[in-house]
Design a protein around this ligand. Structure first.
Ligand SMILES: [Fe+2]
Length: 418
């Protein structure tokens, strides 16, 4: 189930899984045969690393984990994460300070902030059809999101992925704002830029409200002519806000650029590389990640690891390669709410990240290896007493586990006819 072809679980047990910052020259890298889609940030090019330059190149490419063979690695002696990051790693984003408020407390405030934001998204997407746009609540709403992220980013982030309603359109506006703000914060953008990026995320699809409903809601593949109309939505949204004195230019720019591509095949202008604004690339990452992981009427949401695998394959094509790397680093190996299988065959839900050792988060145990219920004990995989490790992320459906229920997330906002 976990390993495809190559190494058996027993053979993998003899190997050592390291965080990428533990990798050194003189270590022998092993390809364990795990699918790229399951572990997009696992470096798997087998062989001995001869120099620090080789190691630095691997780190700079955005990988997070690596299997090595300790017996063939003279440099391995219980490697420890270096105190300073290798060159190039730091510029892709600093890890913000840990949570100030416990998850169980912050998740209630985060849910309230999310409800207010969803209500506002519903209002502005409706009002704009009548030529109205009340921007006055927007900054305060994004400030509340930023404040919640500052208190405990896991709370708001887990709500984005796990707390769903039928109001996908409005929840998506808010989720893109949250993920964009989270990434801006991770990239140490400063308060003003982070607010602007969060606003660009919130309003990114404003122009969709101005696309004729028979095209927007068409339950079929669009014709070429209809697709051209649909592709005007970034411009339509931009036109609505570009002259508002209350907005700094990053906001309309992000809205205009959120479907431009790194390789120039996007729209509306077919910009490429540095022609696309940073805020445009950030909103695009948030937009794609939320769309892939969202549960819809016609599809289940993908596990984060699979979504990130797909985004990893979009590096240098639709998405900016360095930003994809940084986005994956920000979300971590196992975001809160991930369902994981442990080395004893039991299943659990990640309830908190671990900044020092991202492959060893805190897990709530849910099912034993035979599928029987476990008492819901919390296990810190980084604890010195712990002997278990994560062997794989498992789709919620396959595991038969509802992470939102296990984490005790508040119910979603009420559904209102759209
Ligand atoms: Fe869009």
């Amino acid at each position: 189930m976990l390993y495809h072809d190559a190494k058996t679980a027993e053979e993998i047990g003899a190997l050592k899984l390291l965080h990428i910052l533990e990798l050194k020259a003189g270590m022998y890298v092993i390809d364990p045969g795990i699918s790229w889609r399951e572990r997009p940030y696992l470096y798997m090019c087998e062989g001995m690393l001869a120099s620090d330059d080789e190691v630095r190149k691997i780190v700079d490419e955005g990988y997070l984990e690596v299997y090595i063979d300790p017996d063939r690695s003279p440099a391995y002696a219980g490697a420890a994460v270096p105190e300073t990051e290798p060159d190039g790693a730091a510029e892709r984003g600093k890890t913000p300070a840990g949570p100030k408020v416990p998850f169980a407390v912050e998740v209630k405030a985060a849910a309230e902030a999310q409800d207010v934001a969803v209500g506002y998204a519903r209002a502005f997407m409706s009002d704009i059809r009548f030529g109205k746009l009340d921007m006055s609540p927007a900054s305060n709403i994004v400030e509340r999101i930023m404040h919640s992220l500052d208190n405990n980013a896991d709370a708001m982030h887990s709500l984005c992925r796990l707390r769903r309603t039928d109001s996908y359109t409005y929840m998506h506006c808010v989720n893109v704002s949250v993920l964009s703000s989270m990434f801006a914060r991770y990239m140490d953008k400063g308060k003003q830029s982070t607010r602007a990026i969060g606003l660009a995320g919130l309003f990114h699809d404003l122009g969709k409200a101005l696309v004729p409903p028979y095209i927007l809601n068409a339950p079929r593949k669009l014709s070429d002519a209809e697709r051209r109309v649909m592709n005007t939505h970034p411009t339509l949204g931009y036109e609505q806000v570009k002259d508002l004195p209350s907005l700094i230019p990053e906001v309309p720019q992000g809205m205009l650029h959120h479907h431009e591509c790194y390789n120039g095949v996007g729209y509306p202008a077919g910009l490429s590389g540095h022609e696309v604004s940073e805020v445009g690339y950030i909103v695009a990452l948030a937009d794609i990640y939320d769309a892939l992981t969202s549960k819809r009427v016609y599809k289940d949401g993908m596990p984060p690891q699979r979504a990130l695998g797909i985004m990893y394959e979009m590096r240098g094509k639709a998405l900016h390669p360095d930003m994809v790397d940084a986005f994956i680093r920000m979300l971590g190996v196992y975001p809160v709410g991930s369902v994981v299988e442990l080395s004893d065959g039991s299943l659990g839900v990640v309830s908190a990240g671990n900044q020092d050792t991202p492959i060893k988060p805190v897990v709530i145990l849910v099912k034993d290896a035979e599928g029987g219920p476990l008492p819901g004990d919390t296990l810190d995989l980084a604890s010195p007493d712990n002997i278990l490790s994560i062997v794989s992320a498992v789709p919620e459906i396959t595991a038969g586990i509802d992470p939102a229920a296990i984490l005790g997330l508040p119910a979603g906002p009420p559904v209102v006819a759209q």
